[in-house]
Design a protein around this ligand. Sequence first.
Ligand SMILES: Cc1cc2nc3c(=O)[nH]c(=O)nc-3n(C[C@H](O)[C@H](O)[C@H](O)COP(=O)(O)OP(=O)(O)OC[C@H]3O[C@@H](n4cnc5c(N)ncnc54)[C@H](O)[C@@H]3O)c2cc1C
Length: 411
Amino acid sequence: MKAHPVISFDNTEFAFEYKSNKELKKARFLFASMGTPWLVKLGLNLTPWAIRSGLPVKGLIRNTIFSQFVGGETLEETAIVAKKLGEYNVQVILDYGVEGGEDGEEGFKLATTEFIRVINYAATQPNVPFMSIKITGFARFALLEKLDAAMHANTGTLMKKYLKAIDDLPEEEKEEWHRVRVRVMRICETAAAKNVGVLVDAEETWIQDPVDALTILMMDTFNKGRCVVYNTIQHYRIDRLQFLKDSYAAASERDFILGAKLVRGAYMEKERRRAAEKGYPSPIQPDKESSDRDYNEGLEFCVEHIDRIALIVASHNEYSNLYATELLKQKGLPLNHPHIHWSQLYGMSDNITFNLAHAGCSVSKYLPFGPIKDVIPYLMRRAQENTSVKGQTGRELVLIKKELERRSAGK
Ligand SMILES: Cc1cc2nc3c(=O)[nH]c(=O)nc-3n(C[C@H](O)[C@H](O)[C@H](O)COP(=O)(O)OP(=O)(O)OC[C@H]3O[C@@H](n4cnc5c(N)ncnc54)[C@H](O)[C@@H]3O)c2cc1C
């Protein structure tokens, strides 16, 4: 095996090689704006209202935050971005950005057709190995919530609790859940046939148990000898390191490959608020250090069992990303081991993505696409998480400014 190259996330030349000066200046303007809390607050309040009222704001959104974080309004538009990323050995995870099927059964059916179209399309592209799905795109939120609550009231293993919860549903809802399973099954079947990985996103704790059970059942069916389906594990939850270990035990027992996309988790405030309002203990770690500790222990566990776990390091945390490369090195494994992949959201942390790609890692950008009105919730989350100057925005801005200076100095 070749020695591992030295990886530095400070190399802005590699990080932004794919961006012209004009694009980089636009990104500087956007991140500087997102570092202005009152501006973000105003945007967050006004944008959904302006879209609903039919005000002509789409052009403004398309040219600013949309073009930074989204691949396009249609699947075909993402091809331009994917091609560009491919030139730098960066792959793409297609993320059809419609969140929550508010249109009922008809909407779920349409979403299923659209996801199958995404898989068929991904299979024709040289650098689109995965697509992501949200179970809320195929199932009524209230039904997931009901199943989750029933599972909590039951005892035994996750699977026993799940089967009992379904058994206890009234006939009509049993059939409704059956339709959800068929939709997810069709997606996984198509993905398996086309050799495209399916990443199931993790959502709020009050709907997550049926999502986990369904995903594990899909892994049991499709992950024999190779990994098609991946579950997402949120390490900001106090119980998820154990859940990762239990999932591994199930995979060993049933002889399937565990697909594990490790994240810290995106709904911290919402989770804490709900727990406080309803008077149950918060499922979230007490502090950032605890989330970091469990995340990194999760990485250790996955690399330790890499023969049976296909790991996706889905994070913008520089330490965690680098630590995963170190763990491989310690085990004498190559950076391009087929069971490890790294991923960051499009529009963020190019310094991590492009430097990992340069070192020979298998790495991708999570690339959402969809009509502007449908990706607004996703964009709002990006704007919110980028508001903190201490956090990612500060880091992005510093790197962009550093690269612009480097270019103007002709270094
Ligand atoms: C490719 C990709 C896919 C993703 N998919 C999902 C998904 O399916 N579901 C999902 O929920 N999220 C998903 N995320 C988002 C992810 O969960 C994080 O919100 C985001 O990436 C920030 O965490 P980080 O690891 O990048 O690093 P950091 O910036 O180091 O960590 C920030 C995170 O740490 C945690 N944290 C911060 N403060 C505290 C505190 N006081 N106490 C406890 N924990 C704290 C929170 O989770 C916060 O988001 C995805 C991210 C990526 C890059």
